[in-house]
Design a protein around this ligand. Structure first.
Ligand code: CDP
Ligand code: CDP
Length: 227
């Protein structure tokens, strides 16, 4: 019997996590969970309510009464915030600029961890984020840590934004990515860091297909050891 296999994909901003995670999940017929989208959706709601992102008690209160759903539609993965489609809005600059402040709140992380582990229960899952291999799915079968130069990452995200019609400025994007990495790496709870047993892949000069193949190879290796 096929057991519940988890694949954890972590790394700094715009290294290609969600793009490759989605493809790997499709190929393996696993579900894909974008944990960054969950933090982004909460951030959007907090900003809309005009709540201070550093007010932990207020942010947690909002989260506890917030429904965040990740769905698979014909037009791709959608993010539903209390039933409303916010897929594009959560990629806009104000959310990007504030999300790391919300993601560093310990009680917020605790609640997100609970929800993420619930989503991964009893089924094959590919999950991407910052602390999946270290905290959310510490027993994941395969752990991947993606990295890439900040220039390449800013360029990729900029092109992605242009294609999606999301306002974007290359230099600002680069600064924001660096700032977010800095906050994510230095927070007290579940900082962005490579799990000891994660495989690091530098995607700077790799195509999406090459990264996907690399991950699938690791999955194959894992499955062989399970026979
Ligand atoms: O796609 P991008 O790399 O820009 O970021 P994301 O994956 O959408 O995550 C947005 C932010 O959420 C990150 O910068 C972190 O502050 C936070 N996050 C986190 O703290 N833990 C996770 N597992 C996923 C995201
Ligand atoms: O999820 P994360 O923030 O790590 O990155 P992403 O949003 O999946 O990827 C950012 C952009 O880089 C997307 O537009 C991808 O098409 C592009 N890209 C990639 O993901 N991997 C490569 N090896 C090359 C380009």
């Amino acid at each position: 019997q096929e057991q519940n296999t988890a694949i954890a994909i972590d790394g700094p901003a715009a290294t290609g996590k969600s793009t490759v995670a989605k493809i790997v999940a499709e190929k393996l017929k696993y579900i894909y969970v974008d944990t960054g989208a969950m933090y982004r959706a909460l951030t959007l709601k907090v900003l809309n309510l005009d709540i201070d992102p550093s007010d932990e008690e207020a942010v947690l209160e909002v989260l506890l009464e917030t429904d965040i759903e990740l769905t698979n539609e014909s037009n791709g993965q959608r993010v539903l915030l209390d039933g409303q489609d916010v897929t594009n809005e959560i990629r806009h600059q104000p959310v990007s600029a504030n999300v790391s402040y919300i993601a560093k709140l310990p009680t917020v992380r605790k609640e997100m961890l609970k929800r993420q582990q619930e989503l991964a229960k009893d089924r094959g899952v590919v999950m991407d984020g910052r602390d999946i291999g270290t905290h959310v799915l510490p027993n994941a079968a395969v752990k991947i840590f993606l990295v890439a130069s900040v220039e390449e990452r800013a360029k990729r995200r900029h092109e992605e934004n242009m294609a999606k019609g999301i306002p974007s400025e290359l230099d600002q994007l680069k600064k924001e990515i660096q700032q977010r990495d800095e906050i994510d790496s230095n927070r007290e709870i579940a900082p962005l860091t490579k799990a000891e047993d994660a495989i690091e892949v530098d995607t700077t000069s790799l195509s999406i297909e090459e990264v996907v193949d690399r991950i699938l190879l690791e999955v194959e290796k894992y499955k062989t050891t399970q026979l």
